[in-house]
Design a protein around this ligand. Structure first.
Ligand code: GZL
Length: 346
């Protein structure tokens, strides 16, 4: 009897030991499986490095799509040339990445390369500006700003201000420094201004692209000042252009500020990222900045994670944005049936 008890005890001990080994093996296996969780390979084609907005956007993307977050990122900067971006996309396709993220310079010319990505079974996410393609199934989704709303809100702010100051619409003479022609940001912000100018009878004296850069903004503004002596508002499509324009206005011996009736030239802008521009806003050199939020990294990461889970994100994902102004009298603006508060910056 005793022998049987002993044998049973030994067998029980052995079984317990084997189970313990197996569970540690399983846990080790599962741990190693955890640590070997598939890295997601992303090819990101950024359009360039033309502005503070762009650099902040790039930083946000690289921070979100990091190794620590489970991504292998292949980052290519297009240096403001669509051809470079097309080459980068073809390289990503060749490397059979899991996802392509594209920040396109301008809207057209993407049909062929996005078709190649689709044929290779690689989902494409568009970020910031839009692509204008025949077949919208060539990309999974887009995330960015409503640029026409940005422009429409800025125009509404200008109208609120000139009405408040008793300035007649026919006495509003605007110099318009556009962004990169054909980019969604330029198309939308320009439409917002042009629609308002047509509605109110404002006079757009001059319109030219400053390519979203400070250097070109200064050159274009200098040229406008040599041609027109009645400019009272400058509508810059980003902060870098606004900084260049202010430099040109002051070099020309004129004063920037909201006091139009006393000969100042009012400057308005878009983005709200450049620290010099925000300081100009506090000083009143820039009267209003329409926010354009560049922090798309976490937004793109969330879209990829949805796609990874087989979920279908919204096709178009818009970012909510505000207006910043140092003109405390204008506390809100109305666009259609919606009212937007203005963030007063002091
Ligand atoms: C807007 C973005 C624009 C910024 C500029 O989302 O595409 O491009 O407004 C940037 O500053 O250069």
């Amino acid at each position: 009897m005793k022998k049987t008890v002993h044998l049973t005890a030994i067998l029980l001990l052995l079984a317990t030991f084997l189970v313990a080994c197996r569970s540690s093996t399983v846990s080790e296996t599962s741990t190693s499986a955890e640590s070997e969780k598939k890295m997601i390979t992303v090819g990101f084609s950024q359009l360039g490095a033309e502005s503070d907005w762009r650099s902040t956007n790039t930083d946000s993307m690289l921070e979100a799509l990091s190794k620590e977050n489970g991504y292998t990122l292949i980052y290519k900067n297009g240096q403001q040339k669509q051809a470079n971006q097309v080459t980068a996309l073809r390289m990503f396709i060749q490397q059979d990445v899991d996802y392509i993220v594209l920040a396109p310079e301008t809207e057209t010319g993407w049909d062929f390369v996005l078709k190649e990505a689709k044929d290779a079974g690689i989902p494409v996410i568009i970020v910031d500006r839009r692509v204008d393609v025949e077949d919208r199934s060539l990309y999974s989704c887009w995330v960015g700003s409503d640029f026409e709303l940005e422009g429409t809100k800025m125009a509404a702010w200008i109208h609120e201000y000139t009405q408040f100051k008793g300035i007649a619409d026919e006495d509003v003479h605007i110099a318009h420094i556009q962004g990169t022609l054909g980019s969604t940001a330029q198309l939308g912000r320009t439409r917002g201004l042009q629609n308002a100018a047509r509605e109110y009878g404002w006079n757009i004296l001059a319109q030219e692209s400053g390519d979203f850069t400070e250097v070109r903004g200064k050159e274009v503004m200098s040229s406008f000042l040599r041609q027109y002596d009645n400019i009272n508002i400058v509508y810059c499509e980003n902060d870098n252009e606004a900084i260049g324009a202010i430099s040109a206005i002051e070099a020309f011996g004129k004063k920037v500020g909201p006091d139009i009736e006393n000969g100042e030239i009012m400057v308005v802008s878009f983005d709200g990222i450049n620290q010099d521009a925000m300081q100009y806003l506090r000083e009143g050199k820039i009267s209003c900045i329409a926010e354009c939020n560049p922090l798309h990294g976490p937004r793109v990461q969330a879209l990829i994670e949805m796609l990874e889970k087989g979920e279908e994100p919204e096709k178009y994902n818009y970012v909510a944005e505000t207006l910043f102004s140092s003109v405390s009298e204008i506390k809100s603006i109305t666009v259609g049936d919606k009212t937007y508060d203005v963030d007063i910056v002091k």
